[in-house]
Design a protein around this ligand. Sequence first.
Ligand SMILES: Nc1ncnc2c1ncn2[C@@H]1O[C@H](COP(=O)(O)OP(=O)(O)OP(=O)(O)O)[C@@H](O)[C@H]1O
Ligand SMILES: [Mg+2]
Length: 247
Amino acid sequence: MLNINNLKASIGDKDILKGVSLSINKGEVHALMGPNGSGKSTLAYVLSGKDKYEVNEGTVDFKGKNLLNMNVEERANNGLFLAFQYPMEIPGVQTSFFLRTAINAKRKFNNLPELDALEFAKLLKLKAQELNINSDMLKRDLNVDYSGGEKKKQEILQLSMLNPDLAILDETDSGLDIDALRIVSEGVNKARNKENSFLVITHYQRLLNYIKPDFVHIIADGKIVKSGDYSLALELEDQGYEKMAKA
Ligand SMILES: Nc1ncnc2c1ncn2[C@@H]1O[C@H](COP(=O)(O)OP(=O)(O)OP(=O)(O)O)[C@@H](O)[C@H]1O
Ligand SMILES: [Mg+2]
């Protein structure tokens, strides 16, 4: 699915990613953990194609294609999805309109017929109910004045509507109350199947109790310093980053 090899990226003259290598196969869930400022969000942004980052070295292969040659839209249309650590507010764009536009753009790209208003409304109602999202929220402008947790839920709603091949979740758990954490995790688990993959960025092992990862990676100072299975997250919770990153 995704093959990152020796990826180096910078912003201005600051090197942030210093040789990241990571492979994610179909059907796998990988967790990425690491101290503040270690480059987790940067990796997510570079993969999603945000333009302020410069890739200086390395390759990224996504479903057999060179991801780095694609623009943001092409990446999304090809099945990549990023749930942001800080979701954007988009005044003037109703949430349901945004979702419909996003879904139909992807369907069009994949030579599928667009969903008509009724089909879309049905799907949206179903998915919103699963995530316990009130239908009034969907009439409001995208993320505008949503609470922190509501924005995170909205990201998972987009995910479950779009059905990406690879979803990157950047701290989707932060700011969620206990019930929302469970609901969001259930949403992710429902979206999970043998054909798709997830990269879950988190600080807390708690989320990984709900979304059981196949692999856990620790990133420190722009490099993956340790990889293992779920037990690595438990070890980390126990020992903290400083010890683990050096070990
Ligand atoms: N525009 C920028 N100019 C200079 N430095 C930047 C810029 N954007 C990011 N950085 C730096 O890059 C480093 C990595 O940031 P990044 O957001 O990837 O960290 P992170 O691992 O996601 O941290 P957190 O756990 O706090 O979310 C940080 O030191 C940050 O200050
Ligand atoms: Mg971050």
